[in-house]
Design a protein around this ligand. Structure first.
Ligand SMILES: Nc1ncnc2c1ncn2[C@@H]1O[C@H](COP(=O)(O)OP(=O)(O)OP(=O)(O)O)[C@@H](O)[C@H]1O
Ligand SMILES: [Mg+2]
Length: 347
């Protein structure tokens, strides 16, 4: 007997959120089985290059490698910057999610999330990378749709819902209704640009050069979308290289400083959401008054970003409970639950 297609998904099927910063893998029947940085370390000796580490292990090397090893983030800026390395990374994560190569099933079905702004060429490249990595069939699902499903929004009903996903590379703003994207837009503002803004802010103010990982730590620990109500707020000692003496040095950075460095980028996120609201059909806009905005992605964990967005739009704003894994969870649900059939494409 031939099973309906949705029932023929074997239990080895997986969904992958191939993020600019993190790759999250969901395995059917198991939930999230992997969550690692999208980083690959490449070693070149005697003119021959090979991958020496992928994921968490490679991230530890970021900015600290000897000159024969370089760390690459194949998904920089929300699109595939290096397809060959991206493919190796996908293959590694698929193998790892299945508990090692030896247990890799012959041809799992895989759902891969893509940013709504991805071009046809990029979509094909991702699909091909999945196939080359050993997938039997590759489905693509829009990140915003996956995020909405993962956050539990009513995407199969005729009710408008807005998702704002602030990732590492991009912020995706989408209005969804009836299994489709009624509006979507993507701006190249995300955690990476926030880290860069912190780095350049500290360089300007303190003549101190800090590394990528340090900038990210500052953002996570004392970053916020608006200055603290009273004074300088929390502060943190930050180490780097003094640009004048050239020596290692340490300065104190405050929450108010960091909010200042991030202000322009936060403004761009707000602007993208405002623009989306202006473009939304009145009936759907009316739904948004009740449904409000759901925020997902690591950037939504920036302190007070929800307050800033609520104040700017007058709408209720909530940050999804599982902001960092929402997209993979939603893609996994789309793969598992026939109610979501039609939200994925396979061409
Ligand atoms: N508490 C926090 N405050 C601010 N930013 C955070 C926090 N936690 C994580 N981030 C940032 O979130 C970003 C990663 O988010 P996420 O994993 O959603 O991105 P991604 O899915 O890999 O990227 P994209 O969707 O753009 O491809 C990183 O820039 C990280 O520094
Ligand atoms: Mg993402």
């Amino acid at each position: 007997m031939r099973l309906p297609r949705f029932l023929s998904f074997a239990s080895n099927d997986i969904a992958i959120d191939l993020g600019t910063v993190n790759t999250v893998v969901y395995a059917r029947g198991k939930g999230i089985v992997l969550n690692e940085p999208s980083v690959v370390a490449i070693e070149t000796r005697g003119g021959v290059s090979r991958v020496s580490a992928i994921g968490a292990e490679a991230k530890l090397m970021l900015g600290k490698t000897p000159d024969y090893i370089r760390t690459v983030r194949p998904m920089r800026d929300g699109v595939i910057a290096d397809i060959d390395i991206a493919e190796k990374m996908i293959k590694h994560f698929i193998d790892k999610a299945h508990g090692g190569k030896s247990r890799l099933p012959r041809s799992p079905q895989i759902a891969i999330c893509i940013p709504s702004g991805a071009t046809l060429v990029e979509r094909r490249a991702i699909q091909q990378a999945g196939t080359n990595a050993g997938a039997g069939k590759v489905y693509l699902i829009e990140e915003s749709m996956a995020a909405a499903i993962g956050a539990g929004l009513p995407v199969t009903e005729p009710i408008g819902a807005m998702v704002v996903d602030i990732g590492g590379g991009t912020t995706e703003v989408a209005v969804l209704s009836l299994r489709g994207l009624a509006y979507s837009n993507s701006v190249r503002v995300g955690g990476d640009r926030m880290d860069e803004a912190i780095t350049s802010g500290i360089r300007r103010r303190h003549n101190l050069l800090v590394g990528e990982s340090t900038a990210e730590r500052i953002k996570v620990e004392i970053g916020s979308a608006k200055p603290p109500a009273d004074g300088q707020g929390r502060s943190m000692r930050v180490k780097g290289r003094d640009l004048i003496s050239g020596f290692p040095s340490e300065v104190e950075v405050s929450e108010a400083d960091v909010a200042g460095f991030l202000a322009e980028l936060v403004g761009q996120v707000v602007q993208a959401v405002r623009f989306a609201l202006e473009k939304t059909e009145p009936e759907l806009a009316a739904d948004l008054c009740e449904q409000g905005i759901v925020m997902t992605g690591g950037g939504s964990l920036l302190a007070r970003i929800d307050e800033v967005l609520a104040a700017a739009t007058g709408l209720p704003v909530v940050v999804a409970e599982n902001a960092l894994t929402c997209v993979a969870l939603g893609a996994g649900q789309a793969l598992e639950d026939p109610v979501y059939r039609g939200v994925m494409t396979d061409t």
